[in-house]
Design a protein around this ligand. Structure first.
Ligand SMILES: [Ca+2]
Length: 647
């Protein structure tokens, strides 16, 4: 159905004067092809705007945009990270089909297919996948489709699908500013920036890059006001680096509530600069008289960063959603999304339809009345029926394949299916004997994914897992596989990639094979407050040692701020060490980095005492009793990767 037919249906043949005002305006609009502006925020979480319920961030321009179109409550990125979602927007395809499933497209290596690792360290239960690093030129991108339909095409901001010759100018764009292949702005948001000299993209000291990008985009709009244009304004904001205008930081510092999960002044300032860029674009369209003939999409490529801290505040919180960027939970892929389509979408409307980033390409073609290029197939589907008021799409399910371990978030290789109110997550080979492990959530009653119903509803798991199986097959997804070298560790302690652990002659032997050997355990007593860590060690490596503690509810699990340095000897002799751990909160895990070099390290025992000298837990590898304290089975048997944080 084209626009005129639609108007005939909804207007039931009535004169334009009898139409709703927003439809009548469309009748009066010029017959020129509508322009398309696609604004993509970077890492902006579902809850990161005042429109979606934040009481800390201020985004009046996003709210202004929402008044002109439809707000989606269940719009999903196809992946919880940058490049894959961007690839899905430009192709209408699942990232699993493209082979880009991780944000790898700024790496120097040109790799065009996804692969799975052939081997891994004993601490790794599952061999995970390695993403392609470029969006292949043979994909006929959304930009190419519109360029070939007579549109002037401009890309502004972050791309992250490959540098030259995989950059926007080779993927359908006439203009690309600043023509930068990196995952974030070069160096900082506030100038001086560090873009390569050949880009000739420098700012006045103190200039914010989002202000500059909005100016560059406004210039493009002015230059092309008399012909149809397709602009992707893909914000640098609000990705790292954590940097913003000083006066805005002070403003948010003054209003931060220490009890609120969203309270980071720097991030608040970053969100405001993003919002102001949105306002500049809207203002320019209004000034040029183009707003009535411009389709606008607003979306974000993945969830908010919940796993880093700036000072004493997490960057952001996606609550009530679980997790965030780089997790398989809702916080990772549920995004803010607005679609403005003057004369066609009811202003200020709201939809609960489940849509996904693979849908934008077929949707935009449909809105413009363009047929897909001959032979071109999409995994996505046009959401035009929803834009015109339908409650749902005729689609059984959506999928997200994320076959990676991201230690900072505790993410294990996984895939999910969302069908109706149900979401099933398959954690590849993470169960007993390398069987898959499942989590099932009812998103209608449990949007925070707190109650795993998989054990209670085996039939539902089976039904949804069959959909996952079919999706993996249809998309040609590369799959993680069990690691034959996997070892669940020694007495609950597991080494990282640089530390092979074994038990020999009553000693814990650590063969350090790199510069960052560490071992960690979650099998610790639920002790509150400071404690003493003691250990007997003999080493032929070198460097200082470091002991980290994890505290319940704190992510990432291991960071420098929750660690102490221990000056240790590497003279091949036995030494006893004793240091105070200033634990705050309830202990949840321990990690030891015994050295910063290769070499053989042996430990006879490790123990933890309270400040009253009582032994809280002891691992004595000589006598080998099971550790005292918490008697839970080592969690390592199912979750070896969750502790291997970047620190
Ligand atoms: Ca991103």
């Amino acid at each position: 159905m084209n626009r005129r037919e639609f108007l005939a249906v909804v207007g039931a043949g009535a004169a334009a004067a009898a139409l709703p005002r927003w439809l009548a305006a469309a009748e009066a609009a010029p017959a020129r092809k509508p322009n398309v502006l696609f604004i993509l925020a970077d890492d902006l979480g579902w809850r990161d705007t005042s429109l979606y319920g934040s009481t800390f961030y201020e985004t009046p321009n996003v709210e202004r945009l929402a008044k002109r179109g439809m707000m989606f409550m269940q719009a999903y990125a196809a992946n919880p990270l940058c490049s894959p979602t961007r690839a899905s927007i430009q192709t209408g395809l699942w990232p699993a089909r493209i082979g880009i499933t991780a944000p790898a497209c700024h790496l120097p290596e040109e790799k065009f297919e996804e692969t799975v690792a052939e081997r891994g360290p004993p601490s790794t239960k599952v061999l995970h996948c390695a993403s392609a690093t470029r969006l292949k030129l043979e994909y006929y991108t959304l930009a190419e489709a519109l360029h070939d339909a007579g549109y002037r095409t401009g890309h502004f901001g972050k791309w992250h699908l490959g540098q030259e010759p995989y950059d926007p100018l080779h993927q359908g764009y006439d203009v690309d500013v600043p023509h930068w292949g990196g995952p974030g702005p070069a160096g900082s948001y506030v100038a001086p920036w560090k873009f390569p000299a050949k880009l000739k993209f420098t700012g006045q000291p103190g200039e914010h890059i989002e202000d500059r990008m909005a100016s560059e985009a406004a210039k493009f709009l002015k230059e092309n006001k008399d012909r149809p244009f397709f602009m992707t304004y893909w914000c640098f904001s609000v990705h790292a680096p954590w940097d913003a205008k000083k006066e805005y930081i002070e403003k948010y510092r003054a209003k931060a509530d220490p009890r609120s999960p969203q309270r980071c002044p720097v991030y608040g300032a970053m969100v405001q600069s993003m919002d102001e860029a949105v306002g500049r674009l809207l203002g320019t369209l209004d000034e040029l008289g183009l707003a009535d003939n411009t389709i606008i999409v607003f979306f974000s490529d993945n969830g908010g960063v919940h796993f880093h801290q700036i000072g004493d505040a997490p960057v952001t919180s996606n609550a009530p959603l679980r997790g965030g960027k780089a997790t398989i939970y809702e916080g990772g892929t549920r995004e803010p999304c607005l679609v403005v389509w003057p004369g066609q979408v009811k202003p200020g409307s709201k939809s609960d339809a489940v849509i996904q980033s693979i849908d934008f390409y077929p949707t935009i073609l449909d809105m413009l009345g363009l047929a897909p290029k001959q032979g071109l197939k999409f995994d996505g589907t046009s959401i035009v029926p929803v834009l015109r008021g339908a409650a749902t799409l005729p689609r059984e399910a959506i999928f997200c394949h994320f076959p990676h371990a991201t230690p900072a978030t505790g993410q294990l290789p996984a895939v999910y299916v969302r069908k109706g109110e149900w979401k099933l997550i398959r954690f590849f080979h993470d169960g007993p004997n390398f069987a898959h492990r499942y989590e099932l959530y009812n998103l209608k009653t449990d949007v925070s994914e707190t109650t795993n119903l998989a054990d209670d509803m085996p039939d539902r798991v089976k039904e949804l897992d069959a959909l996952i199986e079919k999706f993996l097959k249809d998309s040609g997804a590369v799959l993680p596989k069990p690691n034959p070298a996997y070892s669940p560790g020694v007495r609950g302690w597991v080494g990282n990639k640089d530390a092979a652990l074994s038990l020999k002659d009553g000693l814990l032997v650590i063969e350090s094979t790199g510069l960052d050997p560490s071992l960690s355990t979650r099998n610790v007593p639920k002790h509150r407050g400071a404690a003493i860590v003691e250990f007997r060690m003999r080493s032929r490596a070198s460097g200082e040692a470091q002991v980290f503690w994890g505290a319940e509810g704190m992510t990432p699990l291991f960071i420098k701020d929750r660690s102490i340095i221990v000056q240790v000897m590497h003279d091949g002799q036995w030494h006893d060490y004793s240091e105070k751990l200033p634990i705050i909160g309830t202990l949840s895990a321990l990690r030891m980095d015994p050295a910063t070099a290769q070499g053989r390290i042996e430990i006879e025992w490790i123990r933890l005492r309270g400040l009253d000298d009582a032994v809280l837990v002891e691992w004595n590898f000589k006598n080998s009793p099971p550790p005292a304290g918490d008697s839970r089975a080592p969690r390592w048997a199912v979750d070896p990767l969750a502790l291997l944080n970047d620190g």
